[in-house]
Every structure is written in C-alpha cells, then in structure tokens.
Write a protein that binds this ligand. Structure first.
Ligand code: OGA
Ligand code: NI
Length: 397
C-alpha cells in the first residue's frame, strides 16, 4: 500500500486539561470525580457502554435501530428541535460556486469571487461544483462509506473509538448525564498532516477504503487551499492571509456520519443545531437522501442534494478571521423513517496554539473589530458542540 501515510505518530497525550474539567463542571453543574479509564484487558467492544469520569459512550445507533423499536428517551428532543420533518421546512437553492471558473481568466474568476463572498456573507455556505473530482471518483467515496457501515458490527468494532479519544468508530461523546443524544454514528479519522494520522483506525475493509480516502484527502487539501485563497481575494486581502493564520500544513479530518432510519424522526435529530468550530467544512452529502438544514434569518431551510457537489460550510474561525464578513451558519441534520443517510464531513481546524483573530485588512474605524484574539485549543473545542456553546460567542467583543 503505497498511498497511505506510513508513519502514524504515536498516540497523542490524551490527558484532560484543567480547562476541560472546569468546563465539564460548568456543564453538568455537579463536580464529578475523574474516573479511571476502562480496564485495559477488555476488548474495545466489550467496553460499551463505558464511562470515563465525565465522558462516556453509548451503543452505536445502528445497533439500536435494527429492532425497529421507538428510540429511548435519551434521544428525544421533544419540542426543542425534533419534529424537523421535511414537509414543513422549505427547500432552498443555496448559491453554487464553480471552482473551474475561480481558477480561470481574471474576469470569470472575479464574477465567481463575488458569488463566493456573497454566499458566505448571507448563507455562510455554498455548493462547490466543478471541483475537479470526477463523478466516478466521488461515487467511489460514497461506496466506501456505505460499505464500511454495512460491515458486521464485530468488524466495525475493531475501529471503535476509545472513550477519551475522538478518533475511531462510535457514537459521539457523552459529556453530561442529561445530554440528549443524536441519532448518529460516526467514523472519525485524521487525514492530515501525515504524522497525526492514526492508521489503526482506518478500516481495512472494504479493501479500497484506505486508498480511496487517501486520494480524497489529497484532493481536498488542494481544494482547501484554493478556497481559502479565493475567500481572501474576494475580500481584497493578500491571498495567503487565512492560511497563514491557521497554520500550515492544513489540519484536516474526515467524519463519516451515519444516520440510521428512525421510527420516530419527529422526535430525534441526527445532529442538533450547531455551527462548525472549524475553519471550513467540506460536506459530501448522501446522493439520494436529503437531511441537511440551515438556519437563515431565524428560519430553517432544507439544503438540496446536488449529486457530486460538496457543500462548503464556513466554520466559526473563518467568521472570526473575516471579522464577521463571513457567517458560520447554524445547521442541523434530520433523519427519516425509511432510509439511512450517510454524509462525509471534512473539517479543517487551526493549529493548536495558533492565535485566531480578525485579519488586519478587515479592521478599521468604519469596521470595528468584532472579535478578540483566541488561542486555538482543539481539546476544548471538542466539547462545544455537545453543550451548544459557540466559539464566535466566546470571542465576540
Ligand atoms: C457536520 C454536519 C451535516 C450532515 O458533520 O458537522 O453538520 O448533513 N453534518 O451530515
Ligand atoms: Ni456541522
């Protein structure tokens, strides 16, 4: 196998920081004792469900969903966001941006840059089309995603996420006892830089998985550069200004999202409303099953599936760097009772310790600085999603 990174780095130190515990404490309003990790001699799959101090994991939803029973109370959002059935939510054409044009003659590129900037300042997202990946390649990406989740559970459990880690297969972290759970399983893998890749979590089945994902990752990194440069240019800034601030090489991961059908789609959410604590997120939606909804001016809209397009979501760090010119949209994923849905999100994040703040050219007397400087800390941000906390709110002046 010559296409996957060969030297995955040793496991990072997974100890929690003071800050994590402080935050958990705030979240649960109870002081919890830091528990011991699960006993070392258990296999990963025997450990489910398992608790580690304030963090625990649940049984993959796919395994719950097979018996056709109504979801337990733990998944019930009741009136607070569940019930997001498609019929009541209008479908909207979010803007498209054509990458071929972005990198072509200056006049065509200028028009496309304007579209891009308008899309990010109004919706915070757009559909990336003509991105250079062939339809048959994108199909292969869909195929490996589907084949992985179709594997027997024992096979998937070989890649189970450890309770205190983010990578691997399983449900999301449970950080509070009263946390409503999302109707989703994930496979989370670091893509770049190569020395952060933990190959032990990269499935060996289907056989093409690693090769296809590696190729997808290589292509996305190029696209990531093109997009961040275009974003800077569209704001009349030096094209590398965002890339410099987040740090190079780009840190990117893949989150395969699996939403099993649910007998009560009116009660659960695949993903609760959130904005991405990222720089940007590329999202390859399921080709056939819709489920992504975005909030604009207080109203939810369904995002249509454009086969082979990638949805690009502005992350909260892009909102901060652009001094609020670009918006990081609040979005959610809904599920349905008949069909499973699989999406593949590829978020990029700043380097740990990098300082993220509005870039110089976007702060002036007429445009006061909206956000203070934030030092990026990946481990802290992990918990933001579960608690409904937003980086932009913390950073706002
Ligand atoms: C995400 C996300 C939406 C979807 O992974 O952050 O918002 O449609 N996914 O799966
Ligand atoms: Ni998201």
């Amino acid at each position: 196998m010559n296409c996957t990174p060969k030297f995955p780095s040793p496991r990072r130190n997974l100890a929690y920081t003071q800050e994590d515990f402080h935050f958990c404490h705030l979240l649960t309003k109870t002081r919890r004792r830091v528990g011991k990790s699960c006993s070392q001699d258990q296999t990963a799959s025997q450990r489910l469900p398992c608790k580690m101090g304030s963090v625990s994991m649940a049984t993959p939803v796919q395994e719950l969903a097979t018996d056709g029973q109504d979801p337990s109370e733990r998944y019930n959002y009741g009136g607070s966001g569940g019930g997001a059935l498609n019929a009541s939510v209008p479908l909207v054409e979010i803007p498209t941006v054509d990458v071929g044009r972005l990198i072509s003659s200056p006049s065509a590129a200028n028009h496309e840059l304007q579209k891009l900037s308008l899309a990010l300042s109004s919706w915070g997202c757009f559909q990336v089309v003509n991105h250079g990946m062939t339809n048959s390649f994108v199909d292969r990406v869909h195929e490996i995603s589907k084949q992985f989740f179709d594997l027997p559970k024992e096979e998937k459990h070989r890649y189970i996420r450890e309770p205190d880690s983010i990578e691997g297969y399983g449900t999301d972290m449970i950080v509070a006892e009263n946390q409503t759970l999302d109707w989703i399983d994930r496979l989370y893998l670091t893509l770049n830089p190569p020395n952060h890749v933990q190959l032990k979590f990269w499935p060996e089945k289907p056989e093409t998985f690693r090769e296809v994902l590696h190729e997808y990752s290589t292509k996305l990194q190029v696209l990531h550069d093109v997009m961040l440069k275009a974003m800077a240019k569209s704001l009349k800034l030096d094209e590398s200004v965002f890339l410099r601030m987040i740090g190079e090489p780009v840190i990117m991961s893949a989150r395969f999202n699996f939403y099993p059908p649910c007998p009560r789609p009116d009660q659960v959410l695949g993903l609760k409303p959130h904005s991405d604590g990222t720089v940007i997120t590329f999202l390859l939606q399921d080709k056939e099953v819709e489920g992504l909804q975005v909030l604009k001016d207080g109203q939810w809209f369904r995002v249509p599936v454009i086969p082979d397009a990638l949805v690009l979501n502005a992350g909260e760090h892009l909102e901060i760097m652009s001094n609020g010119e670009f918006k990081s949209p609040i979005h959610r994923a809904v599920v349905n009772s008949e069909r499973k849905r699989i999406s593949l999100a590829a978020p990029s994040i700043p380097h740990d310790g990098n300082e993220i703040e509005p870039v110089e050219g976007l702060v002036s007397e007429e445009r006061p600085r909206l956000f203070r400087k934030m030092k990026y800390n990946g481990r802290t941000h992990l918990r933001y999603y579960q608690s409904g906390r937003r980086v932009v709110d913390d950073a706002r002046i």
